[in-house]
Design a protein around this ligand. Structure first.
Ligand SMILES: [Ca+2]
Length: 326
């Protein structure tokens, strides 16, 4: 037998490569790599290949649960969780109540509160709240979370305290520069009053006359976390040698803490300086609080910032700012 020619060797190698040997060899290599404990194959290479790509680390599991709940505010100060089942049986389906919350939070809560107050169990209700929460279940129990962690989002509708007779006074002279100062316009999605600016985690709500159209804003601040609503307006330069008077007033109703009306002034883009503040008496009655500030003639435009600050539960309504002078 003569030795094979180079052409014969080549065709034999080709035939071997075409057969099942190569896939079998690859699979055997992978299986042995899989079952051996040595993972590093030289300087750069390792096995299994998952360590080469984005699967090398497991995605962290967020140990947080987002949930929402509804709160019933009772006349004696108690706050309890409610699912509004009594008497709104149809609303307890989560998709129904969440659709209502997404569409118009103030309206859903106002209507639900009105109906719940007609029942025996809900006769003492003075408010209905919604809150969204993020509970880290690895760190604390649900009871600890509810006791110590504030909600991420919240909104409430509270029954508007009635105005005492004789408190309806005519509006002051001049033009009101405050937009939505009577708090009759609300954004359905967020549940907050339009035209007003507020802090990152506002603890705001609507004061609603359940039988009429009257609305006010209710704010629940604390000593550590003052709640503020604010609005800015610009007064053009006064003629030389003249002065202008800024008149600000609002109605406030509070039984705890302090409601404060604050006027800040900044000139030519400078920092705002609180020039006047006026607190409301905490006696559970409506009060008109007001302040006046004289603007001297100046070279530039004056920016006014009106702020409503709340420590404790406060209703505000009928906010007015007018400027008189040339
Ligand atoms: Ca109003």
């Amino acid at each position: 037998m003569s030795p094979p020619t180079p052409m014969q060797v080549l065709s034999r190698v080709r035939g071997w490569l075409r057969g099942p040997h190569v896939p079998i060899l690859l699979i055997l290599t992978m299986l042995s790599l899989n079952y051996m404990t040595h993972r590093r194959l030289g300087r750069w290479w390792s096995f299994p290949i998952q360590t080469w790509n984005m699967y090398s680390y497991k995605t962290g599991v967020r140990k947080q649960v987002y949930f929402r709940r509804f709160l019933a505010y009772h006349a004696d100060g108690r706050v309890t969780q409610t699912n509004m089942r009594n008497p709104l049986r149809f609303i307890v389906r989560p998709y129904r109540v969440d659709a209502g919350v997404d569409r118009n939070k103030p309206r859903l809560l106002t209507d639900a509160l009105r109906v719940m107050r007609t029942t025996k169990a809900g006769a003492d209700l003075v408010g209905l709240g919604w809150e969204g929460r993020e509970w880290n279940y690895a760190r604390m129990t649900l009871a600890e979370h509810l006791a110590n962690v504030p909600p991420v989002e919240s909104f409430r509708v509270m029954v508007l305290p009635p105005r005492q007779a004789g408190q309806q006074t005519s509006p002051p002279a001049g033009t009101n520069l405050v937009k939505n100062g009577d708090f009759q316009s609300w954004d359905g999605g967020s549940g907050f009053p339009t035209e007003w600016g507020f802090d990152a985690h506002p603890n705001l709500g609507m004061g609603a006359d359940l039988d009429g159209p009257e609305r006010a804003v209710v704010m629940a601040g604390s000593m550590q976390n003052i709640q503020s609503l604010r609005q800015e307006m610009t007064v053009p330069t006064a003629p030389p040698g003249t002065t202008r008077v800024v008149h600000v007033e609002a109605r406030a109703h509070t039984r705890s803490g302090r409601a404060t009306l604050v006027l800040s002034v900044s000139k030519d883009g400078g920092d705002a300086i609180d020039v006047e503040t006026e607190p409301a008496p905490p006696d559970d009655q409506w009060h008109r609080i007001e302040l006046n500030h004289t603007l001297a003639a100046d070279s530039g435009d004056t920016k006014l910032m009106l702020r409503l600050d709340a420590r404790g539960d406060v209703f505000f309504d009928d906010v007015w700012l007018s400027v008189t002078g040339p």
